[in-house]
Ligand binder design. Structure first.
Ligand code: MSP
Length: 537
């Protein structure tokens, strides 16, 4: 299909703070988007998948100083940690934005100009509390006072993360967020699909119903940020800067013809995928900013839960984070399961809207049960039998072999539609169940039809052909459906079946229609795709 005819699909991750090396939690969010981006490419969309780094703010300036670097040097030193990990985890992003880039500088300055013109900006003075690690402002009655049991007695603590707050008293520009209460509530009423999964909507709505405070959007007490173009004592509040990255990357404030065309085509984004901790920024502040300057709103904000790990002392599940010291390095999981096993576990065994406790035991179980024993085993059995009984080839598909009735053919009917329904709402566990139904049925079919017995009787040659070709056809379809989650393995399966040309799929529904198998081509048996893990691992 011509690229220009394809519908655009623009999906984003949050941009990550540079202060913590990426861990399983950050990789999880990026992978959620990668799977969606791959699925949409295969389904015929012209996809832009954006991720990047959030590089401004006091916290970055402080970290740079602690490392004896300038803030820019510090950010530059961190970028390869992210891009390197994304490469290793088969993340196929189309763009990687850094908020220190000139395109972001230009876009943020344009935002200031447009905000000023809009009348929703005023200069005042800020007197309140600021959480540096969370980059969030709080009013006096929002803060938690530390109590006797807490180690920082007498301090004001962040209501979100519990860490001590800084008192901030300074001149600041304010964004009139309070003026958007009614328009935001109308947005939630008219577009209930704006916030996903739907149970998160209640939280967003009640926050807005509780009344909105104007937002302080500039700081004067440090200078690592984008200067306010008409008042260079002020730098932009990090979230005001960071949220705009999504628009910057598709040409906001790019006056070239190319930039304008890109913006017209890509904006608004279809999906912002974010963690539940930053839902207010994305479902309240960001749409209000866009309303203020008259830009369209993103279609969906999908909030995922946290990956948690059990604290061995308290027995409680805790959010995995670098600062808590409980973060598992992605390399440890890759070493154990391989990249595709890693992707399969995190994408299909974690319920994406909820918090999920992860464990190495569970990883091994899922890997062995689903990948080694079911999917991997099916592929190797079917390819081996095809090679053995059909002279190293896929059977010839003459005489309507694939038209014969079989339980597999029945399950495969409409499978792409059932799968797409789940994938469209990022329910990858549900999509996996659809595919695994066919995988399990195929393994049962092998047992029930016992091709090794059928092969002994020359009079049953036609039957043998049906069995093997229906197995291979099911595998071909499953390989397509698993490809967004395990791209390399799926490509390998298709190659082993002589279907190299199908690897770059742009019409998933057509690819998954029963009947695409090529008869008479050589099959490659190859090594086990997912070698079983030893018990004690
Ligand atoms: N820089 C801001 C986002 C700005 S977007 C305009 C930020 N960065 S972050 O690095 O702290 O977090 C980025 C994302 O990682 C968030 O969506 C957060 O929810 C996610 N995660 C961090 N730890 C996580 C887990 N343990 N589990 C799942 N996701 C986690 O916030």
């Amino acid at each position: 299909m011509d690229q220009t005819e394809k519908p655009s699909f623009f999906i984003t991750t949050p941009i990550y703070y540079v202060n913590a090396a990426p861990h399983l939690g950050t990789a999880y969010c990026t992978m959620l988007c990668d799977v969606q981006a791959r699925y949409r490419r295969a389904a015929g969309y012209d996809v832009k998948f954006l991720t990047g780094m959030d590089e401004h703010g006091q916290k970055v300036a402080e970290a740079a100083e602690a490392h004896g670097m300038t803030p820019q040097e510090w950010c530059d030193s961190q970028a390869p940690l992210f891009t390197g990990l994304w490469d290793e985890l088969e993340i196929a992003n189309d763009d990687f934005i850094r908020t220190t880039e000139p395109r972001q500088q230009r876009a943020v300055q344009r935002l200031w100009e447009r905000m000023r013109e809009s009348g929703y900006l005023y200069k005042g003075s800020y007197d309140g509390w600021y959480c540096v690690p969370e980059e969030t402002y709080f009013t006096e009655n929002q803060v938690r006072k530390s109590d006797e049991e807490h180690e920082c007695v007498g301090q004001h603590l962040c209501p979100d993360c519990g860490r001590p707050l800084e008192r901030v008293q300074e001149e600041s520009y304010f964004f009139k967020l309070s003026a958007f209460q009614d328009r935001l509530l109308a947005l939630y009423d008219e577009h209930p699909e704006f916030v996903q999964p739907d149970f998160r909507m209640n939280e967003v709505r009640s926050f807005v119903e509780g009344g909105l405070q104007d937002l302080s959007v500039s700081r004067t007490s440090f200078d690592w940020g984008i200067k306010v173009p008409f008042d260079d004592k002020h730098v932009t509040y990090v979230w005001f800067d960071a949220l705009l990255n999504y628009a910057t990357a598709v040409g906001f404030a790019d006056e070239t013809d190319e930039g304008k065309a890109e913006y017209a085509k890509r904006w608004p984004a279809q999906f912002h995928v974010v963690g539940k901790d930053i839902i207010r920024f994305h479902c309240v502040i960001w749409p209000a900013m866009l309303m203020a300057i008259g830009e369209e709103l993103p279609e969906h904000v999908f909030a995922h839960g946290f990956l948690t790990v059990r604290n061995s002392e308290t027995g409680k599940a805790e959010k995995m984070s670098k600062s808590r010291g409980n973060a598992i390095a992605p390399a440890d999981v890759v070493e154990r399961l391989g990249v595709e096993g890693y992707r399969y576990y995190f994408m299909t065994d974690v319920t994406h809207g909820e918090d999920s406790a992860i464990s190495f035991e569970r990883m091994d179980q899922v890997y062995n049960a689903d990948l080694a024993n079911s999917w991997g085993n099916l592929v190797s059995r079917a390819l081996n039998m095809s090679a053995k009984y059909f002279d190293g080839c896929v059977p010839e598909l003459d005489g309507g072999v694939l038209d014969a009735e079989s339980p597999l053919r029945e399950i495969a009917q409409g499978i792409e539609g059932r799968y797409a329904e789940r994938m469209d709402v990022l329910d990858y566990a549900g999509a996996k169940d659809v595919v695994m139904e066919l995988v399990h049925a195929a393994n049962h079919y092998v047992e029930d039809s016992a091709p090794w017995t059928v092969a002994k009787d020359p009079a049953r040659a036609g039957e043998l052909k049906v069995i093997i070709s229906h197995l291979l056809e099911s595998i071909r379809i499953c390989a397509h459906l698993f490809a967004p989650i395990m791209p390399e393995t799926s490509a390998e399966v298709l190659r082993r079946m002589g279907l190299e040309a199908e690897v770059e799929c742009e019409d998933l529904a057509a690819a998954c229609a029963w009947g695409g198998l090529k008869g008479g081509v050589a099959v490659t048996k190859g090594d086990a795709l997912f070698p079983r893990l030893a018990q004690e691992k």
